[in-house]
Design a protein around this ligand. Structure first.
Ligand code: PMV
Length: 329
């Protein structure tokens, strides 16, 4: 009744921002991401004679309120497995939580894989992805590795809204995401509240939705052709469009910090100078750079030169979420 799983976080190249169903977490638009090797969550779940459900993240027991989403996912698994036992869940991220490095994605994916194994229910990748989605939308893209498309689906019950692998990590092993950590403080507006506000108040939301189909198509083709200029430039513009939505939401949501702008302005200059690099930014201040392996050294040197002591790391496309044998307790 105890199982452990590890899942990588993912970064969207075409973003998800807005739900059509808040409870089932069904998106307004499809999205495409890449799994990040080396940015992961490890989670152990045990169903047993515990007095109550317990959730410990990065060494600290979380309050009922903080653990609400996790316990919600555990309830779904219990229901599916027909078990009533309480759960002890211990989870560790190897990167800062809630700072725009998609800890909610790797967290909810690792949780579902571990909990399903601990409860003894066999689910395929689609079934796991549908359940991961209920914890955090972007988590449905962390069940499979490599490049993954979240199909928005049409059904009201959400059974066709899941992350589907479009290319394995080995298909494009030279693809890289360089992450920067410009700030470790937890973000002031959570994605869930922010996107709800955007759908309600942003005057440009309709334009965003209209532009998604062509972004998805271009990024799909770019991945199939291993064309970094297409994937990078479409992803960069898509991220800017999403942040334009955030800025023009009422009240406006601005995640950027001065260093965020400094990096993106420099990337545009470096690109003009011939360096093939592009940026993307999620709901936080961190900038992720999209490039190929051969450019990483030069980009990292330039980042250090322009920012001094910023934390950076490079990530190849990561693998599937999977059970492992080393339990956390
Ligand atoms: O799934 P959530 O609630 O963590 O929202 C993710 C939203 C973005 O990271 C900004 C975009 C995306 O597609 O990952």
């Amino acid at each position: 009744m105890k199982a452990t799983a590890v899942a990588n976080s993912n970064i969207a190249l075409v973003k998800y921002w807005g739900k059509r169903d808040d409870k089932l977490i069904l998106p307004q638009n499809g999205s495409i991401s890449v799994a990040l090797d080396g940015l992961s969550t490890t989670t152990t779940v045990e169903f047993g004679p515990h007095e109550r459900d317990i959730f410990i993240l990065d060494g600290r027991e979380r309050t009922e309120e903080e653990a609400k989403r996790v316990f919600g996912q555990i309830d779904l698994i219990r229901e599916r497995a027909g078990i009533g036992e309480k759960a002890k869940i211990v989870s560790e991220n190897n990167f800062p939580t809630a700072a725009g490095l998609a800890s909610s994605a790797s967290g909810a994916a690792a949780l579902v894989v571990a909990a399903a194994a601990a409860a003894g229910i066999g689910l395929d990748k689609k079934g796991l992805s549908v359940l991961a989605r209920r914890g955090s939308g972007s988590a449905c893209r962390s069940i499979s590795g490599g490049f993954v498309e979240w199909l928005m689906g049409e059904r009201e019950d959400g059974s066709d809204s899941y992350g589907k692998q479009i290319a394995k990590p080995e298909y494009w092993p030279d693809f890289r995401i360089i992450t920067t950590v410009v700030s470790k403080t937890e973000k002031h507006v959570k994605s869930r509240a922010g996107m709800r506000q955007t759908v309600k108040t942003c005057p440009f939301y309709g334009c965003w939705l209209e532009s998604i189909g062509s972004d998805l198509k271009a990024v799909r083709n770019g991945i199939a052709e291993k064309d970094i200029a297409t994937v990078g430039s479409i992803a960069e513009m898509n991220a800017l469009k999403m942040h334009a939505l955030m800025w023009t939401t009422k009240p406006s949501i601005v995640y950027w910090m001065p260093e965020t702008l400094k990096i993106i302005q420099n990337i545009v200059i470096w690109r003009k100078e011939g360096l093939d690099c592009y940026f993307t930014i999620d709901a936080g201040p961190q900038v992720k750079i999209i490039c190929l392996k051969k450019e990483v050294k030069e980009i990292e040197a330039k980042l250090k030169e322009c920012l001094g002591k910023v934390e950076i790391s490079q990530h190849a496309p990561g693998g599937d979420a999977r059970p492992i044998n080393n339990h956390l307790f």
